[in-house]
Every structure is written in C-alpha cells, then in structure tokens.
Design a protein around this ligand. Structure first.
Ligand SMILES: Nc1ncnc2c1ncn2[C@@H]1O[C@H](COP(=O)(O)OP(=O)(O)O)[C@@H](O)[C@H]1O
Ligand SMILES: [Mg+2]
Length: 260
C-alpha cells in the first residue's frame, strides 16, 4: 500500500518480503514492579518487511523493542532472532545478536562533542574491528550519501537541524550494516515535511540495506508511508494486525482514533 516515490539514488529493486520470520516473539511478559507492561504479546517480523507498531503513549512500544535488542530483560516468553532465543543467551551470544540489530533511539543520541565523521567512526571501530581506515572512511561516506548528507561530515551535531541530526543518527545506525532495524518514533518532534523525508529514507534503507524493520510510531503519515504490515498494541497485547487498508477500513473505535 506504499505510495512513496523511491529516491532516485537507490536503484536496486526492492526485495520482496518473504514469509520467513527473522524475529518471532511468543507470549512475552514484562512488568516493572506492579506495572504489567507487556502481557502475553506475540508477533513475527518477516524477512524484508517494514512492520509498523502502533499504540498509545505508554502502551509498551519502547519496552518491546528494548526487550528485542536485549536492553531490557523480559520476565517470560521467548524472543527468537534468526531462530535463536535471546532470553536464553549468555553475554557473548547476546553481543553477537546485537550486532545484527540497529536501534534508532527516539532521542537520536549523537555524541555532541564529536564531529559527524567521528560519530559514525565510533560504532565502526567498536563493531568492525577488522576494517582498515580506508574502508572505514568509505563506509562513512557511503552511509552519509545514503541519508543524503555527504557534505556535513566535518560538522558538529549542534550545527545541524533536528531533521539532519535524525538523518545522521540513522547513518550511524546503518553504517555497521545491521540486518534488522528498530526505529523508535523516528519522526517525533519533526515538522511534517521533514517527517516525510525520514519516512522516505526508512523505505530507502529497507531496499538498499535489505533490512527487516520494526517502526514504532504514532505518526499515522509515517505509518502510511512505510508500513508493509501493521500491529496495534493495547494494554500490553496485540490488539489488531494486518494491512494498512484493513486498519483504515476498521470500524473499531480504538483503531479509528488513530486513523482520523
Ligand atoms: N525502566 C523502566 N522502569 C519502570 N517503568 C518503566 C520503565 N520503562 C518503561 N516503563 C513504563 O512502562 C510503560 C510503557 O512504557 P513505554 O514502552 O516507554 O511506552 P511507549 O508505548 O510510549 O513507548 C510506561 O508506563 C512506562 O512508564
Ligand atoms: Mg516510546
């Protein structure tokens, strides 16, 4: 149902989403003290797809992707990433899985005291120790070109607009070639035009890097532009899942409140 024009710099044909699950979550529970955030949540992310996760503020969306990335430990259930249960892993196995996952935090979280180049160099040097400096430089330039900002390489984050910082955060995430992308509210705090540019970029990255992505958002325009499939979370469980048209045609009041 995507209606987005593909950025002309990306020439590869989109890989069609297959029915192979790269993430499979079953019966996930996560509480903080007496607060039950995730209650029996199950979902699949298929290879190559953009899965949009909708849900009210505080419904557990960020907690969900933090559990997937191993930043939070869930209480019970299973999270399989490429058929391996994250919850049963030791630290070194977990580190290996984390290398496959790119996490775009809501805050962006660039290092303010580093240039754009240094911000991108940092994860490369930590995670791709085998690379030579020339290869590192090439990867940095390629990632910046893929977010449309090759010219800001020597700038400081404070010299960039909010939309540009978001693009650089995205470049810093993709520079290490993640197979799975987790986007936490990628357009929040951006104006509508910049938000649309980020949504286009999310689709570009899906095609160029062949990533499978979970996109958490309450920006319905971002959902419309990026979703191959949607899931809505309510009270810690999957409330509805399916195509964009299924959601848009829904007569359910909870769903309609998002699509007005
Ligand atoms: N580390 C934490 N400790 C305690 N409570 C938390 C923590 N992280 C999230 N929560 C609570 O869990 C609920 C879901 O949070 P979150 O996943 O961030 O919601 P959202 O859907 O807006 O991303 C909220 O009530 C939040 O206050
Ligand atoms: Mg959140």
């Amino acid at each position: 149902m995507k209606t987005v024009e593909i950025d002309p710099i990306i020439t590869e044909t989109p890989k069609r989403a297959t029915k192979e699950a790269v993430i499979e979550i079953n019966n996930l529970y996560k509480s903080f003290g007496t607060l039950d955030v995730l209650k029996n949540l199950s979902l699949k992310l298929y290879d190559g797809e953009n899965l949009v996760v909708l849900g009210k503020s505080g419904s557990g969306k960020s907690v969900l992707i933090k559990c997937i990335a191993g930043l939070l430990r869930s209480d019970s259930g299973s999270i399989n990433v490429y058929n391996q249960n994250v919850l049963a892993m030791n630290r070194s196995q977990l580190d290996e899985v984390r290398q496959k996952i790119g996490f775009l935090f809501q805050s962006g979280a660039l290092y303010d005291s580093m240039t754009v180049r240094q911000n991108l160099e940092f994860p490369l040097k930590r995670m791709k120790k085998q690379l030579k400096q020339t290869e590192i430089n090439d990867k940095i330039i390629e990632a910046l070109e893929n977010v449309g900002l090759p010219d800001v390489i020597d700038k400081m984050p404070s010299q960039l607009s909010g939309g540009m910082r978001k693009r650089i955060s995205l470049a810093r995430t993709i520079v290490v070639d993640p197979m799975i992308m987790l986007y936490d509210e990628p357009t929040t705090g951006l104006d509508p035009i910049t938000s649309d540019e980020i949504s286009v970029l999310i689709n570009d990255i899906q095609k160029k890097y062949k990533t499978s992505s979970i996109i958490i958002t309450h920006d319905i325009e971002c959902a419309r532009m990026t979703a191959d499939r949607l899931i809505m979370i309510q009270d810690g469980e999957v409330y509805e899942k399916g195509s964009l048209s299924k959601f848009e045609k829904s007569t359910d009041n909870v769903i309609k409140s998002f699509f007005k």
